[in-house]
Structures are given as C-alpha cells and as structure tokens.
Design a binder for this molecule. Sequence first.
Ligand SMILES: Nc1ncnc2c1ncn2[C@@H]1O[C@H](COP(=O)(O)OP(=O)(O)OP(=O)(O)O)[C@@H](O)[C@H]1O
Ligand SMILES: [Mg+2]
Length: 366
Amino acid sequence: MNWDDTAPPTDAEAAADGRLVGASADGEDQAVEAALRPKSLDEFVGQERVREQLDLVLKAALARGATADHVLLSGAPGLGKTTLSMIIAAEMGAPIRITSGPAIQHAGDLAAILSSLQEGEVLFLDEIHRMSRPAEEMLYMAMEDFRVDVIVGKGPGATAIPLELPPFTLVGATTRAGLLPPPLRDRFGFTAHMEFYEPVELERVIHRSARLLDLVTDADGAAEIAGRSRGTPRIANRLLRRVRDYAQVKADGRITRETAAAALAVYEVDGRGLDRLDRAVLQALLKLFGGGPVGLSTLAVAVGEERETVEEVAEPFLVREGLLARTPRGRVATPAAWAHLGLVPPQHGGGANGAGARGQQGLFGT
Ligand SMILES: Nc1ncnc2c1ncn2[C@@H]1O[C@H](COP(=O)(O)OP(=O)(O)OP(=O)(O)O)[C@@H](O)[C@H]1O
Ligand SMILES: [Mg+2]
C-alpha cells in the first residue's frame, strides 16, 4: 500500500493488482460486495469471539439508551472490517457516515464531518492509520470529550473556539494496528482483532454467497473453493464467481468438486491457494537453491521479478502457510514446501540435487 495516493503504482502494487488470490478489493469486488455483505451479527460468519464481545457491547449500550463505545477493528484486507462497521450501525439502529484516513488530510476536514454528525451516528473511519497528525490530535478530544477546538485565524492572533459534538460512535478500521499511536488506540473502548477464517467458516461464506447469487453448490464444491481461499472471505467470494463462470460455460452450471478444481486450475490457483507467482518463488527456491538459504535479491532475479514483488506480494502468504521462512541467512524452504511441490529434499552430504543447488548458489552469490 502506498502512502501517497497520487504516486504511480510500484512494481509490487502492479503485480498485486488483478491477482485472483489478492486480498484487496478490485473493481468487480466493489460492485458485488455490497450485495454479499451480511447485514446483521447473526448473519456474519465466524469470528466467534469478536461477535460475542461486540454483541455484548452493543446490547448493553442499547439497554442503557446510550451511544456505543468507540470500536477499533484491526485485521488483514478482506476479513470483514467494513462489513462489521455497517453491522454495528444496523444493530444500533443508527445511521452511518463513511470516510477514510487518506481522505482527511486537514483537521478542518475532520471538524466539518464531526460537527455534522447526528446524535448516536456511527462514523466509520477506514484506514485510520493513514490520517494526518493534526486530524489525529483533533480526534483524540472528539472521542474523549465529544468536543473539538476549531482554530480561527493564523499566527499569534489565532483563537480556538470550542465546539460541542453530539455523542457518536467512532468505528476505526486498520490493517496495521501496530502503526496506531498508543493515545489513539487507548481511546477505543473495544478493540476487535479479526483473524483469518478456518476452511469450514469459508465454506459457510461460500454457501451463503451461492444462495444470494442463485447458484447450486454442493458441499464438496464449497470445500474445494474454501481450501483455496487463503482464509479470506473476499477471496472465497471472488473464486466462487470464477468457478460459476466455468460451471456455466463448461458444465451444467452446478458447482461441484470437479468443476471447482477444474476452474481454478485454469486460473492457476492450486489446492492450497498458491498462484503462479507463489509457486514460481517456491520452485526457484527448491530447484535452483536446494531449499536455501538464499538471499532475497538472488531469489527475485531467479524468478524474474522485482525484490519488492517477491517480498510483499508472494512471501507473506508463503510464510503464513509455513512453506517459507525468512532467516538471517536468507530464505529457506520448509519440509512442507518440498511436499507441496511433490519434490524430494536433497540428502545431507550428497545427492545430485543438493550438489547442483550449491553450485548454483555459488554462481549467483547472495
Ligand atoms: N464474516 C463474514 N461473513 C460473510 N461474508 C463476509 C464476512 N467477512 C467478509 N465477508 C465478505 O467479504 C467481503 C469483504 O469484506 P470487507 O469489505 O468487510 O473486508 P475489509 O476487512 O473491510 O477489507 P479491506 O481491508 O480491504 O477494507 C464482503 O463483500 C463480505 O461479503
Ligand atoms: Mg474495508
């Protein structure tokens, strides 16, 4: 993600764009996601702990006739932060105003939004870690005291005019909770950390979406898609749409294990959710470097990609899946990586594969 929205995309961003297993929303996702979004906590699949805690927070506020505490939602892209913010408003019977950190560059932008909120309204601030510093400081006071100081004039003659705000609920979302300054983090009454979903939960997401899209999907078909969805509902929904296309063109429209596997083979998404780039990185690491350790730059050259693309686009998922490890001496494949690609690791102290790998490594350097 680039801090400056006007900057041209980096190579890594270009490589991540349009990737079937990418977690960020693309144009098609944005068009269909509204239709697939669960509208209530009961409909929201998985995240049991978050759901239970949030249910208590909201019900208690409703019972007191009060505005709910501010809520921070943190978690990787596509796990349901925006969806949950809308559910919070719906459960509170409150309107929601949606904005984002990068859209608020001046404190004045924030003051304008805050002063126009209705009592009890939910303000959803997406990418809250990307707000400007002055806006952030204004937000501290707004969250705590429902008050802002509007600065009028410039220089020594400037004066602060206090402005009372109606009580509201701030829902902040971030993919990078670690980047939030502690004073901001501390002002949220409740923080929900969203985890990646289990395959059985993604199966439920897929069945639900299939119903809404009028698709016939059997249990094995949903399981096949879920296993390739990288723990992410957005990816599950996207793969479901590609499988639907295939089933309609090449089969009778029904989504079974066979149509799902055949469709995703066409798109080069394998049984574990790795795509062409992920497998190219693993294959180079195993076949050219005997499983490593090998330096990132050397590995990137071998794959024919930029260093950043390998590091930011491919590696995070490979590391999460326990297929690749980043060590001080370089990238290393795990036994699971050899098994996944159906290759045999070289034996210690011999074996053509191992010797070949060491020769290559010497050639490339690290
Ligand atoms: N728990 C869930 N149950 C069912 N569907 C879900 C769930 N979570 C997310 N989804 C689906 O996944 C899609 C992406 O979710 P959402 O837009 O809320 O993710 P996000 O965390 O806001 O992502 P980003 O970080 O990119 O903004 C939505 O269209 C929604 O339909
Ligand atoms: Mg979102």
